[in-house]
Design a protein around this ligand. Structure first.
Ligand code: HEC
Length: 224
């Protein structure tokens, strides 16, 4: 990054101006290499926004900070907010799966991993309230550096969620469903569904068809 770019932000003390400049940069492609470099630079706390601390060091860092915040303001039309799954990017892997056009990671929060450790689905017990899973889906590409054929994630396509709350979701056997499609050009997530009905008529319908015997969960915990 040219140093002028960095100075531009450090002298921006007006909150509104600072925010509009940063938003204008959101649509730009963010380079991970530049971001890593940015993290090593001395940084400065500017202000707290949506309870997330924002630090300046250059425009790349700011763009990423704001992009991450935006996702947690998105809501599914059945009322489930993306923010209810905060931390999903660090949840433990249950298993991964692959289709013709993509690769996926299925991850679970601590309550879900405990349920697997306790023996679901073989023990016949229902998944307890508070358990949640995310299915993160990418398009795939082959890793050109590998001496053998290997498919690796390319673009992030979507993140789908299931959360167990027996009283909260009586119409879908206690499971709350939400899906957010990722637009990599714009760098933001769009909720799936035109109204609240999709969870019952689409998601749960198919999970009933294939996974009723395992409390509507398709994926088994893969040994490691
Ligand atoms: C046509 C069938 C079908 C529909 C519709 C469907 N799913 Fe699934 N879902 C599956 C299958 C099959 C799997 C497991 C295989 C895979 O994709 O990795 C799965 C896996 C999942 C998982 C990982 C946990 C598990 O059960 O294995 C989540 C989370 C999930 N789906 C959420 C959703 C959401 C949210 C919707 C609605 C927006 C939805 N699904 C709609 C078939 C479906």
């Amino acid at each position: 990054m040219p140093s002028s770019e960095r100075r531009l932000f450090l002298i921006d003390s007006n909150k509104a101006e600072f925010e509009s400049r940063t938003r204008a940069r959101l649509s730009k492609v963010v380079s991970v290499g530049a971001f890593d470099k940015c993290l090593k630079l001395p940084s400065r706390l500017v202000w707290s926004h949506n309870s997330v601390d924002t630090v300046t060091c250059n425009s790349f860092h700011l763009a990423l900070t704001f992009a991450a915040q935006d996702r947690f303001t998105v809501k599914s039309p059945n009322g489930i907010a993306f923010s209810e799954f905060k931390g999903y990017d660090a949840w433990q892997v249950i298993a991964r799966s692959q289709t013709e056009d993509g690769v996926k990671a299925i991850v679970g929060n601590a309550a879900m991993i405990k349920a697997y450790n306790d023996g679901i689905p073989a023990n016949g017990k229902a998944v307890p309230d508070g358990a949640a899973m995310a299915k993160i889906e990418w398009s795939k590409k082959s890793n050109a550096a590998s001496p053998y054929a290997v498919a690796v994630p390319d673009r992030l396509k979507s993140v789908s969620f299931m959360m167990k709350d027996a009283k909260g979701f009586p119409d879908t056997d206690g499971w709350g469903y939400a899906q957010f499609a990722y637009d990599s050009a714009a760098g933001n997530f769009k909720p799936f569904g035109n109204g609240p009905a999709f969870a019952k008529t689409l998601c749960h319908q198919c999970h009933i068809r294939g996974a009723k015997a395992s409390d509507f969960v398709f994926t088994s915990y893969a040994p490691r």
